[in-house]
Write a protein that binds this ligand. Structure first.
Ligand code: FES
Length: 113
């Protein structure tokens, strides 16, 4: 059995699923899309490990802000982000380290060599 797998992720971002539920999604046209899904769609990320970056919903991170979603970039774990519903997704992506140039193939976001 294999003990390792390759992935195309240049980055992994954790998004609190419970926060997303508490703000009733908060993103997308109707404001009902969860942040993780909205970010994946906005950045045109493929599903699973084939995507240029990973956006993963996780359980409650213990911060539980009143009107925001907690997001943690795995590579910058010392700074956690509180994202307000309906925030601009370009700004959110840049803030959490998922801006498009970081997830593009030229910047290491493509398939492994
Ligand atoms: S509900 Fe998101 S951190 Fe607790």
């Amino acid at each position: 059995m294999k003990t390792e797998l390759r992935s195309n992720w240049s980055n992994a971002v954790l998004v609190c699923a419970k926060c997303s539920k508490r703000v009733d999604g908060g993103f997308g046209d109707k404001g009902r899309t969860p942040l993780a899904k909205a970010l994946r769609r906005h950045l045109k990320l493929r599903k699973g490990r084939k995507g240029a970056a990973g956006v993963v919903e996780v359980k409650c991170l213990g911060v539980c802000p009143r009107d925001a979603v907690v997001v943690v970039n795995g590579a910058e774990s010392r700074t956690w982000h509180l994202v307000r519903p309906a925030s601009d997704l370009d700004e959110v992506a840049a803030a959490v380290g998922l801006s498009e140039d970081r997830t593009s193939p030229e910047r290491g976001g493509g398939p492994p060599a």
